[in-house]
Design a protein around this ligand. Structure first.
Ligand code: ATP
Ligand code: MG
Length: 247
């Protein structure tokens, strides 16, 4: 593995580290051509948030966790960027939640699927985890979507009641909501269709969210979801934060 130029004291260390992870994943064939563009858009919004977990995002994270913990069939959907940026931590989270992960990518090719599935299997071995990794053999389709991006696994995404989808596309998010699922998304852009249509929108950076979720699972009691959660209000608060942060 190549070394990162900067040391941890570098002011942009965290950002450089994430970019480095994407570069390495790119070399392994795990990413789509547009992966770095998507990341760049995320970085721009993260600047506007002050590169921190804002209070409304923490509220959404807590609510998402309570939904995942009380779900009948929770699942975590993974795309290339999610695996590249936080593959290990996402498997640790799945282990703690006792749920499967499913590789479900927008630009599906056999090579990318194989690279992502192999990488996750390696992490399972290295970390002594036994998280079920789905996606190799799709046997169901998400209604309302065309082409390979509709493919999914019946015992995973198709039958799940609560689904955590970091970095989802707007179309697919809408289609999953239309299936009646509770869809939790992580998206730094509060204006994206994904952020606007999800059941729970965490406007925060993926690696921070996963760290927060693992911390909450380890440090606090299991909580039950409250009826008073208002996602529109949560998204509005993140926009307010952006508008006032530099004001
Ligand atoms: P949509 O399809 O929801 O309308 P989009 O097509 O504009 O959104 P995509 O290019 O599909 O967006 O996906 C990139 C999204 O992922 C962007 O909204 C970006 O802000 C977000 N994103 C990228 N990297 C991260 C990250 N590390 N953490 C959280 N969100 C991220
Ligand atoms: Mg999109």
């Amino acid at each position: 593995m190549t070394k990162i130029a900067a040391d941890p004291s570098h002011p942009r260390y965290q950002s450089l580290l994430l970019r480095h992870r994407l570069e390495e994943a790119e070399k392994k064939g795990m990413l789509a051509g547009s992966a770095l563009i998507a990341h760049g858009r995320g970085e721009a919004f993260d600047y506007l948030l002050g590169e921190q977990t804002i209070p409304s995002a923490m509220n959404a994270t807590q609510h998402a966790l309570s939904l995942l913990q009380s779900a009948r069939r929770p699942v975590i959907s993974l795309n290339g960027n999610a695996v590249a940026l936080a593959g290990k931590e996402l498997l640790q989270l799945a282990h703690k939640l006792n749920c499967a992960v499913e590789v479900n990518i927008f630009y599906r090719t056999p090579e990318r699927m194989e690279s992502l599935l192999n990488h996750l299997t390696e992490i399972n071995q290295q970390e002594s985890l036994a998280v079920e990794v789905l996606g190799a053999n799709p046997d169901a389709r998400i209604p309302g979507l065309e082409g390979p991006r509709a493919s999914c696994t019946r015992s995973g995404i198709y039958d799940a009641d609560v689904i955590l989808v970091p970095l989802e596309d707007g179309d697919r998010c809408e289609a999953l909501v239309a299936m009646g699922k509770t869809v939790v998304v992580i998206d730094l852009n509060p204006l994206s269709r994904t952020a606007q249509t999800a059941s729970v929108t965490i406007v925060d950076e993926l690696t921070r969210v996963v760290t927060n979720m693992i911390f909450l699972l380890e440090s606090s009691e299991k909580t039950t979801p409250t009826d008073s959660y208002d996602n529109q209000e949560i998204v509005r608060q993140s926009l307010d934060h952006i508008l006032t942060f530099f004001g």
